[in-house]
Design a protein around this ligand. Structure first.
Ligand code: AMP
Length: 435
C-alpha cells in the first residue's frame, strides 16, 4: 500500500478524541471555542466566516508582494481556468474583503470576529504548523484610542478567561505612514553602516522592508537593534496624543504593559498603536500568542473607502499548548446521562424505544454495542455515565428492568412500563442535560 495514504501532510495535525498529544484532544478545543463565543458576546462582536481560499490579489494587495507571508509562505495555485488563487495565510484581508462585499461600509462601525484555519508554508516545528487556526477580531470604521483600549483589554480578558494569567502585553506606536517613512530612512542609514554584521534576512530587508529588521530574532541583529533610533521620537503630535490616551485608558482599567519601541508590524497599512501578547517575559519567536494593531489604508487597498480599523489575531494551537503547559484545569465535558445495556439481541431491541425517548427529551444516552454486562459496565464508566439501564432475559420475562446509579453504586428494579416516568422523575419534569 502507498505509505502516503497513512500519513498526514507535513506540518499538519489531527484533532482526535483522547489523542496522545493532549493539545490535539477536541475536548480542549471545544472549551476554547466556548470561551471565544463567550468573550465575543461580552464585547458585542458578530461572527463572519469566509472561504479557505481567495483570489491571490486579496493578499498581495493587502500584505504586499514583499511581505514574508506573500513572498515565501503562501500556498498559491492556478484553478482550472488559470486564475491565481491562494489558501488564506491570515484572516484580516479576507475579513475586510467580505466586509466590503457584504455592505459593511454602510454601517458606521462594524465589530466582527472570525475563527478558522489559515495556511502557511512555514518551517514545520512545535508551535508552527502549515495549517493552523486563528481567532481574530476587527473593528472597522473608526479610529479612537478608547477602541484600542477595548480591543487590547479584550485580548487579555480572553486569555484570563481561559485561565492564562501569565502574559505580557507589549505595546508601541508606529505613528502615521509619513512619520514612519522618515523613521525608516533614519533606520536605514543607521543600519547601513553596520550592514556587514546583519543576518542575511536582515540584509535583504534593508532593501525591502527595513522596519521588519527591528523584530528580527537573530541574536546578532538584536544586539545592533538595541542602539537603533527610537520610533517614538519620530511620531507626530496626533500620534503622540493617540498613544498617550491609549496608555491612559489601559492604566485606568489596570492593564499593565511594556512599551517596546522595537515592536512593529511589518505591513504598510499599520499605523499608530501596535501590540503583541507574549508568554510572560518570554519573547522567543514561537511565544507570541497573538497581536494586532490599528490600520489605515487597508479597506482602501482592497477596493473600499478610506476607512480605518483595528484588530487582533491569535493562534489557537499556541494558546492551547500554553494552557496545558501551565496546567490549567479544563472543565470536563458533560457526562453521559444514560447507558443502556441489553443482554441479548431481543433485550437490546426492547431498549430502542426508551433510548429514543430520552434523547428526544434532550438527555444524552448510548446503547451498548455488545451483550456482555462486564464490558458494558466498563465502557459506561469510561464514558462517565451517570445511570445504567440494564435489561436481561430474566427481567424481560418478568416485565422489569434494572436501573443503576453509577455514582452512588445503587441498583433497583422497576417495572419496564414505568421506565419512562422513572427517567423523567430523575430530573423533575424534564430530562434536559445539565451542562
Ligand atoms: P501573524 O499573522 O503572523 O501576526 O500571526 C498571528 C498569530 O497566529 C501568531 O501570534 C501565532 O499565534 C499564530 N501563528 C502564526 N503563524 C503560525 C503557524 N505557522 N503555526 C501556528 N500558529 C501560527
Amino acid at each position: 500500500m502507498d505509505p502516503m495514504l497513512k500519513k498526514r501532510v507535513k506540518g499538519c495535525y489531527d484533532l482526535y478524541p483522547r489523542s496522545k498529544e493532549s493539545w490535539q484532544d477536541p475536548q480542549i478545543w471545544s472549551y476554547v471555542y466556548e470561551t471565544i463565543s463567550k468573550i465575543t458576546k461580552l464585547y458585542g462582536f458578530e461572527e463572519l466566516s469566509t472561504p479557505s481560499f481567495e483570489y491571490t490579489e486579496v493578499f498581495t494587495r493587502s500584505s504586499g508582494e514583499e511581505s514574508d507571508i506573500v513572498s515565501k509562505e503562501m500556498y498559491t495555485f492556478l484553478d482550472k481556468k488559470g486564475r491565481s488563487l491562494s489558501l488564506r495565510p491570515e484572516l484580516t484581508a479576507p475579513a475586510i474583503r467580505a466586509y466590503i462585499e457584504n455592505g459593511g461600509m454602510e454601517e458606521k462601525v462594524s465589530k466582527l470576529f472570525y475563527k478558522g484555519p489559515c495556511y502557511r508554508y512555514d518551517r514545520a516545528q512545535k508551535g508552527r504548523y502549515r495549517q493552523f487556526n486563528q481567532f481574530g477580531i476587527e473593528v472597522i470604521g473608526v479610529k479612537d484610542p478608547l477602541i484600542d483600549v477595548e480591543v487590547i483589554s479584550m485580548l487579555i480578558h480572553f486569555f484570563e478567561d481561559l485561565g492564562i494569567k501569565k502574559t505580557t502585553l507589549l505595546i508601541n506606536s508606529i505613528g502615521s505612514p509619513e512619520c514612519r517613512k522618515k523613521y525608516s530612512e533614519e533606520l536605514v542609514s543607521f543600519l547601513s553602516s553596520k550592514k556587514d554584521q546583519l543576518s542575511e534576512d536582515s540584509k535583504r530587508r534593508l532593501e525591502t522592508n527595513p522596519l521588519r529588521i527591528l523584530d528580527s530574532k537573530d541574536e546578532n541583529d538584536k544586539k545592533i537593534i538595541v542602539t537603533a533610533p527610537n520610533i517614538l521620537d519620530f511620531i507626530n503630535e496626533d500620534s503622540k496624543n493617540h498613544f498617550e490616551q491609549v496608555l491612559k485608558g489601559l492604566d485606568e482599567i489596570g492593564v499593565s504593559y511594556k512599551i517596546d519601541h522595537k515592536l512593529v508590524r511589518g505591513l504598510d497599512y499599520y499605523t499608530d498603536t501596535v501590540f503583541e501578547l507574549i508568554r510572560e517575559d518570554d519573547a522567543s519567536a514561537q511565544n507570541t500568542l497573538g497581536g494586532g494593531g490599528v490600520y489605515s489604508g487597508l479597506v482602501k487597498a482592497l477596493g473600499g473607502k478610506d476607512l480605518p480599523g483595528i484588530g487582533f489575531a491569535l493562534g489557537l494551537e499556541r494558546t492551547i499548548q500554553y494552557l496545558l503547559e501551565e496546567n490549567i484545569e479544563i472543565p470536563k465535558a458533560a457526562p453521559l446521562k444514560f447507558y443502556f445495556i441489553g443482554l441479548d439481541e431481543e433485550c437490546r431491541n426492547n431498549l430502542l424505544k426508551p433510548l429514543d425517548f430520552v434523547r428526544k427529551n434532550d438527555a444524552s444516552a448510548h446503547l451498548h454495542e455488545g451483550i456482555s454486562i462486564k464490558s458494558a459496565l466498563k465502557k459506561a464508566a469510561q464514558k462517565n455515565a451517570q445511570y445504567a439501564i440494564i435489561l436481561g432475559k430474566d427481567e424481560l420475562t418478568k416485565g422489569i428492568c434494572k436501573v443503576k446509579d453509577l455514582t452512588l453504586r445503587e441498583e433497583k428494579s422497576i417495572p419496564f412500563k414505568e421506565l419512562e416516568s422513572w427517567l423523567v422523575s430523575l430530573t423533575g419534569s424534564t430530562l434536559a442535560m445539565q451542562s
